[in-house]
Design a protein around this ligand. Structure first.
Ligand code: SF4
Ligand code: SF4
Ligand code: SF4
Length: 246
C-alpha cells in the first residue's frame, strides 16, 4: 500500500500548499484549477456527481483494494473535489473486477453498494473520437514499444499484483499485429456486448461501440495512438451519446 500512502502524502502536501496560498492572499487567492468544473471518470458505482462530492469522505479505501491501481486521489493541481477518487483512463482504466471490491470497500455510500457486478457499472461511454488516427482504420500495425506507457505505469507501482503482470504479458503480445486492442482488451465477460471490430468504409476495420459498454476506460488506456483515438465520456449514457449519431 506504499503507492496509496504516497498518494495520501501528496494530497496532504497539496492541500497544505493550497491553504497557505489562500491565507497569504488574505483569502483572495483562488486557483483557476479549483474553479474548473471537471468531468471526471469516477470509480464504479459512483452516485451522481453532486451527491458523490457530498458523500465521499476521502478515506481512500476504494483505491487501497483496487488490484490494478486504477483509482487515484485528486490533488489540488488536478482540479476540484480534492482528495476524491477518480480514474485517469489515459493511464489505467478500470478492469471491472467481478466482485467490484472498490464498491464493497466504500463506507460512505459515495459508491453505491447496489453495484455488485460489472454489468451494474455505468461510468460512461466509449467513443471513437479521432477515427482519422485509428490504426485499424488506416491498416497500420501496432508499433513496437507502444506498450512503454503501461510498463512505466507498472514500474511506478511498488506492490505490483499478479493481475497487473498478466496484463502486461497480454499487452506485449499485440506488438506488430493489426490493431484490435480496444476490442480485445475490453474486460467484460462478453466484450462483444460493448465493442467489436467491424469493416470500415475505406477497406480497413474500425471499432464499433454498443450499449453494453460500461465506460471503464480500458480501451482508452490501451489505444496505441499518441492521443487515444477512442476515449470515454464520463457519466454519459449510450442512449444519450449515440441517439443522435445513428
Ligand atoms: S471508499 Fe468511498 S468514501 Fe472512501 S474515498 Fe472511495 S468513494 Fe470516497
Ligand atoms: S485501439 Fe482501437 S481505436 Fe485505438 S488505434 Fe487500435 S483499433 Fe483504433
Ligand atoms: S468498450 Fe471500452 S469503455 Fe466500454 S466496456 Fe469495453 S473497454 Fe470499457
Amino acid at each position: 500500500m506504499e503507492k496509496v500512502q504516497t498518494d495520501r502524502r501528496k494530497f496532504v502536501a497539496y492541500s497544505t500548499l493550497a491553504m497557505l496560498g489562500l491565507v497569504l492572499g488574505g483569502g483572495m487567492v483562488l486557483s483557476p484549477y479549483t474553479l474548473r468544473a471537471e468531468n471526471r471518470l469516477r470509480p464504479p458505482g459512483a452516485v451522481p456527481e453532486k451527491q458523490f462530492l457530498a458523500l465521499c469522505i476521502k478515506c481512500g479505501q476504494c483505491l487501497q483494494v483496487c488490484p490494478y491501481h486504477s483509482i487515484k486521489l485528486a490533488d489540488f493541481v488536478s482540479g476540484h473535489g480534492v482528495g476524491t477518487p477518480y480514474i485517469d483512463a489515459n493511464e489505467r482504466g478500470c478492469y471491472a473486477c467481478s466482485a467490484v471490491p472498490c464498491v464493497l470497500a466504500c463506507p460512505s455510500g459515495a459508491l453505491d453498494h447496489h453495484c455488485e457486478k460489472p454489468a451494474d457499472i455505468h461510468m460512461g461511454i466509449a467513443v471513437l473520437e479521432f477515427p482519422d488516427t485509428c490504426l485499424a482504420m488506416n491498416n497500420t500495425p501496432i508499433h513496437k514499444g507502444y506498450n512503454a506507457k503501461m510498463h512505466d505505469f507498472t514500474d511506478s507501482v511498488r506492490n505490483v499484483t499478479e493481475l497487473e503482470e498478466k496484463l502486461l504479458t497480454k499487452l506485449d503480445s499485440f506488438e506488430g499485429k493489426q490493431c484490435t486492442l480496444c476490442a480485445d482488451m475490453c474486460p467484460l465477460e462478453n466484450p462483444l456486448s460493448a465493442i467489436a471490430m467491424v469493416p470500415s468504409a475505406n477497406g480497413g476495420n474500425k471499432p464499433e461501440v454498443y450499449d453494453g459498454c460500461i465506460g471503464c476506460g480500458v480501451c482508452q488506456e490501451v489505444c496505441p495512438t499518441n492521443t487515444p483515438s477512442i476515449v470515454v465520456k464520463p457519466r454519459v449514457t449510450y442512449a444519450a451519446f449515440y441517439a443522435n449519431q445513428n
